[in-house]
Write a protein that binds this ligand. Structure first.
Ligand code: GTR
Length: 331
């Protein structure tokens, strides 16, 4: 009798403890869905998977991230909107399509605003980056870390681009952002805003003549197979973020917030290392495949032709002039 009673008490106690544990985890454990546009093996994909592993380890499982790669959860502008409203928790986004929603983030999409990758890193890791982050927070996005995306150059299926006049009359795919459409129009081309996933087919069927991107994306998408002229204009250096829904992040304990931030920053260190290697490897791969490459050593003509994009944008957004100057003056 005594034994029976003891058993009963023990099992009741255990059950109560189990309920308590499950209630605690239900109250605190966060399961985040993450968006990424790139394929397996791409630097951003590897880094976002690393981020997910680090988050789980550093928060002791309080936060888990399930990554969805290859853009399977939708286009980039839609995914940004989803992270803003909380339908998705997190994503690796290019600041290009964030720009139309957050004025401060749009300054990085002004052609030639950064002299080179080093300049972009110093600006983003400094005061300008803080201002851009603050602008993104106003629309519900917290930038946990910055990823690299190299420099974007023109490619097309018709001819080498040596001067701005070579773009005249070409149909060029751009990401969704009026600054990019303005940039192509300024060169006399016809801009065609389009989702990343549609570009290959559009190049292949002649819906567009060209597009613009960095070496790794030119290669990983297979665009080099259908647009074999790559011209090193390097007109845009657009950083990317690991961006989280502000409510989801602010709802975490202080310790978990620190852990998630650390995870993002460590993943960014990895992403930048992998990026450098991939840029070289992608370039080699497309050159071997027969891409006709041309350098544009003197970019002054492109800068001059695209200058009206800056003038028009800053006339419409005079409050951004100090941020643009802060970037330009970042040593
Ligand atoms: C890539 C970038 C993607 C996407 C894409 C595009 O370089 O990493 O996020 O913005 O370009 O052109 O749409």
């Amino acid at each position: 009798m005594f034994i029976k009673k003891l058993k009963l008490t023990r099992s009741v106690t255990l059950t109560a403890a189990a309920i308590a544990v499950s209630m605690t985890s239900a109250a605190t454990a966060a399961e985040w869905k993450g968006w990424n546009i790139h394929k397996p093996g791409y630097p951003n994909t590897v880094a976002m998977d690393k981020f997910a592993d680090l988050v789980k380890a550093k928060t002791n499982g309080n936060v888990t991230v399930k990554m969805f790669h290859s853009g399977v959860l939708g286009s980039q502008p839609d995914a940004i909107e989803q992270v803003r409203i909380g339908g998705l928790a997190i994503g690796n986004f290019n600041l290009g399509p964030i720009g139309p929603m957050a004025a401060e983030a749009n300054v990085v999409s002004l052609p030639f605003i950064f002299k080179d990758m080093g300049h972009m890193h110093r600006a983003l890791d400094g005061a300008a980056g803080d201002k851009i982050s603050a602008g993104m927070e106003k629309i519900g996005l917290i930038a946990l870390a910055w990823y690299d995306s190299g420099a974007r150059s023109f490619y097309n299926s018709k001819k080498p681009i040596m001067t701005p006049a070579d773009v005249t009359g070409l149909k060029v795919r751009v990401m969704n952002n009026e600054l990019y459409s303005g940039m192509i129009s300024a060169l006399g081309g016809n801009p065609s805003p389009m989702a990343f996933s549609e570009v290959y087919q559009s190049l292949k069927t002649g819906v567009v003549d060209g597009a613009e991107n960095n070496w790794p994306s030119y290669e990983s998408t297979g665009h080099f197979e259908v647009a074999g002229y790559y011209s090193l204009s390097q007109h845009l250096i657009i950083p990317e973020c690991v961006c989280v829904n502000a409510k989801a992040f602010n709802g975490l304990s202080a310790a978990d917030q620190t852990a998630v931030k650390e995870a993002a920053r460590e993943s960014a260190v990895l992403q930048r290392e992998l990026w450098e290697k991939r840029a070289v490897a992608s370039r080699e791969k497309v050159m071997k495949a027969g891409v006709k490459f041309n350098d544009i050593p003197n970019k002054a003509a492109f800068m001059a032709a695209m200058a009206p994009v800056h003038t028009k944008y800053l006339a419409a957004n005079p409050d951004l002039v100090p941020l643009v100057n802060l970037i330009k003056n970042t040593k």
